[in-house]
Design a protein around this ligand. Structure first.
Ligand code: HEM
Ligand code: MG
Length: 331
């Protein structure tokens, strides 16, 4: 189970990724899919194991090869999700619901519930998935996709782009404030909500085109059917943390919302303890010291070894920055 995170691609040019070795096949009855259309699509094209159970290394490699995600971003999101949703000892993660295929569970309060697990990584105000409060936080939701469509028509001339993303991100937040009494919009979800609104522009547009305009039928293919268009080329630029940060800036600036949570519907209360865009280091340190430590308080043996190892991998995009590594379990 010991592996080190894959390095960056040597060749980051656009290339055919819906190729003869990676044909779309519908998920079988035992194949797991979840809240992330990117990973669902990689699994349905065989860039990831089609059963939806993968190692973090496989996920980093697939996100880079299949979509040209930058190495720092792929490592950061993959190891974040793996630390809270995966089995650290067997090195396996379900991209959807909890599965016995990830192996024997460590003791509670560890969850090892896969990406569907609410509030450790998955969160509210998603683009095409409903809030967990309403019962299903992972399936494609046609009503939300109709809103996505109508916003793309109103603000993007029939395409999804960053201007549409700014409006729709704000609308999804307002919708949760108005309808979900338990709406939570604090770190890490605060960050991933803005990031996921940029992802379709960064990754779902054919790399020979890259005009920042996503066709709605292509969008539906990814979001609903986990399917790349025929002949799809991955992006011709590698999108890492800096590039996603630039996209987030364009989405955030027109309608800035600070981190907070509802105390009953229409009662959004700011949470000054949450990390925000002015403090990325706090995103990292709080995720480690609060989110991960709440699941693993006194780990021992192989679990302890794996936790320390994977926490270090999660830190690696911050290596050499002003943000010091934290060691809740010792060095
Ligand atoms: C959403 C995980 C890579 C596109 C999500 C969510 C998770 C997740 C847990 C649910 C968040 C929520 O909405 O509550 C990951 C992990 C990745 C990864 C661990 C590792 C590399 C990608 C890639 C793409 C992508 C490469 C695009 C090609 C998206 C989009 C959403 C999303 C568009 C929003 C879905 C929606 O709400 O409709 N991801 N993801 N992700 N992800 Fe990923
Ligand atoms: Mg969600």
């Amino acid at each position: 189970s010991a592996e080190i995170p894959p390095g960056p691609l040597n060749d980051t040019s656009a290339k055919l990724v819906n190729d003869k070795n990676h044909p779309w096949k519908p998920a079988g009855p035992h194949d797991i899919r979840g809240p992330c259309p990117g990973l669902n699509t990689l699994a349905s094209h065989g860039w990831l194991p089609r059963n939806g159970i993968a190692t973090p290394g496989q996920i980093v490699t697939a996100a880079q090869n299949g979509f040209n995600m930058g190495n720092d971003l792929a490592i950061f999101v993959t190891y974040a999700a793996f630390l809270v949703d995966g089995n650290l000892v067997t090195n396996l993660l379900s991209i959807g619901g909890k599965s016995s295929l990830t192996g024997l569970d460590p003791p509670a309060p560890a969850i090892v519930g896969g990406l569907n697990t609410h509030a450790v990584f998955e969160g509210d105000a998603s683009t095409t998935r409903a809030d967990a409060f309403f019962g299903d936080n992972h399936s494609f939701n046609e009503t939300l996709f109709q809103e996505f469509t109508s916003f793309s028509n109103r603000f993007g001339g029939g395409k999804y782009n960053l201007s549409v993303a700014a409006e729709f991100r704000f609308q999804r937040i307002q919708d949760s404030i108005a309808t979900n009494p338990q709406f939570s919009f604090i770190s890490p979800r605060y960050f991933t909500a803005y990031a996921e609104s940029v992802f379709p522009v960064a990754f779902f547009i054919d790399g020979r085109k890259s005009d920042g305009q996503l066709d709605l039928d292509v969008a539906r293919g990814f979001f609903q059917n986990s399917r790349m268009p025929d002949g799809f080329f991955r992006s011709n630029v590698s999108t890492g943390i800096n590039e996603i940060g630039n996209g987030i800036g364009e989405i955030f600036t027109p309608h800035p919302i600070q981190p907070g949570e509802n105390h009953g519907i229409n009662n959004y209360t700011l949470n000054p303890n949450s990390a925000d865009f002015s403090n990325l280091c706090k995103l990292y340190t709080d995720f480690v010291n609060n989110t991960v430590v709440s699941l693993y308080s006194k780990p021992k043996g192989t679990l302890l070894t794996a936790l320390k190892r994977n926490l270090h991998f999660f830190y690696s995009p911050f290596q050499g920055s002003e943000c010091p590594e934290v060691f809740p379990y010792g060095k």
